[in-house]
Design a protein around this ligand. Structure first.
Ligand code: OGA
Ligand code: NI
Length: 331
């Protein structure tokens, strides 16, 4: 039988899950089939009743920390092309990918380079910054040749959509217009390939975590795998055609003084087909003081969180892994 060592480049062709990728029982995702949930709200962004949209988003943010958006104005070809070009990238040989990453300065975590507590995730992942675009694009993959063009369109659309949703949230919370855009000049992308896995019950695509962003938008194509912790249970976020999954990051939870909640989530694998996803994150600028918005604080609503400098959090939490140096303040 093929071993992991024989197959570093095509590691996911193995017939059974190697020990290097088998999680201890307490971290396994559990029995198949994994549950899918229809309770996570689906928000129609073209609803002419803006107050209704505001209310639904705030409610979803409070109850789940997650929602999906449809009729968002991003054309289907933009997101499917982005997934396609990501797939082409992951189809390249590992050495080719590493060479490009090293040459251009983006982060690649392949099957053998990404371990947590000694166990590897069942995924290939790339990360790079996206804003300001003209500067960042120089540090993106050069191969496939259309990567930069296709992904530039995608991340600009995601930036626009993120701030559109943040504006709705800001209105819902009673903050001034542009509150979030002013303080969040960082955008980055995390693209993942979760190959079909011989035994999804012992592997994970991504360990449970919070996003330490303001807001994250995920495109998961048409293959499920994202799970959200809700009332102590893992629920699967179902595929809705051409929808984006939106989640509240920990920094937005703090700024909203807990009116919105950030939820833990993870990605499971499946045995049928490869799953690709693209997450784009809007983060506070490193020099931003993170604290509950002043207008939300009064005698009956004391601040529920201490304030801190976002850069201190980036440095001390190690939450950004290989992106740490890129997202922090440089003097
Ligand atoms: C992430 C993430 C989930 C997925 O990149 O932060 O949660 O389904 N991804 O890829
Ligand atoms: Ni996440």
């Amino acid at each position: 039988m093929a071993t992991m060592e024989d197959h570093v480049a095509r590691w996911f062709d193995v017939q059974s899950v190697p020990l290097s990728h088998t999680f201890p029982p307490e971290n396994r995702p559990g029995k198949l089939p994994f549950p899918t949930c229809s309770a996570i709200p689906i928000i129609n962004l073209s609803n002419p009743e803006r107050l209704d949209t505001i209310q639904k988003i705030i409610e979803a943010g409070r109850n789940f920390g997650f929602f999906q958006v449809i009729n968002h104005g991003v054309s289907e070809s933009v997101s499917t092309e982005a997934l396609n070009v990501l797939k082409e990238l992951f189809n390249m040989q590992d050495e080719e990918i590493s060479r490009d990453a090293h040459k251009n300065g983006w982060a690649h975590m392949g099957s053998t380079s990404y371990a947590i507590d000694g166990i590897h995730l069942w995924r290939d992942n790339i990360k790079h910054l996206c804003h300001p675009l003209e500067k960042c694009v120089q540090h993106w993959p050069q191969m496939p040749t259309r990567y930069r063009e296709v992904m530039a369109t995608y991340v600009q659309e995601m930036r626009r959509l993120s701030f559109r949703i943040l504006e709705i949230i800001s209105e819902g919370l009673g903050l001034e217009k542009g509150y979030f855009e002013e303080i969040s000049q960082v955008q980055f992308l995390s693209g993942s390939n979760y190959p079909a896995c011989p035994d999804p019950s012992v592997t994970l695509g991504v360990l449970k975590h919070f996003d330490h962003s303001l807001i994250t938008i995920l495109f998961q194509g048409n293959v499920e795998g994202l799970q959200v912790l809700h009332d102590d249970k893992w629920i699967g976020v179902g595929v809705v055609p051409n929808a984006f999954v939106v989640n509240i990051g920990t920094q937005l939870e703090i700024m909203s003084n807990g009116k919105l909640r950030s939820a833990e989530h993870r990605a499971v694998t499946n045995s049928e087909e490869d799953r690709l996803s693209i997450a784009t994150f809007i983060n506070p600028s490193p020099n931003c003081i993170i604290e509950p918005a002043k207008v939300l604080i009064n005698e009956s609503n004391p601040p529920l969180y201490d304030s801190f400098l976002y850069n201190d959090f980036i440095v001390s939490s190690k939450a950004f892994g290989p992106l740490t140096e890129l997202v922090q303040t440089k003097d």
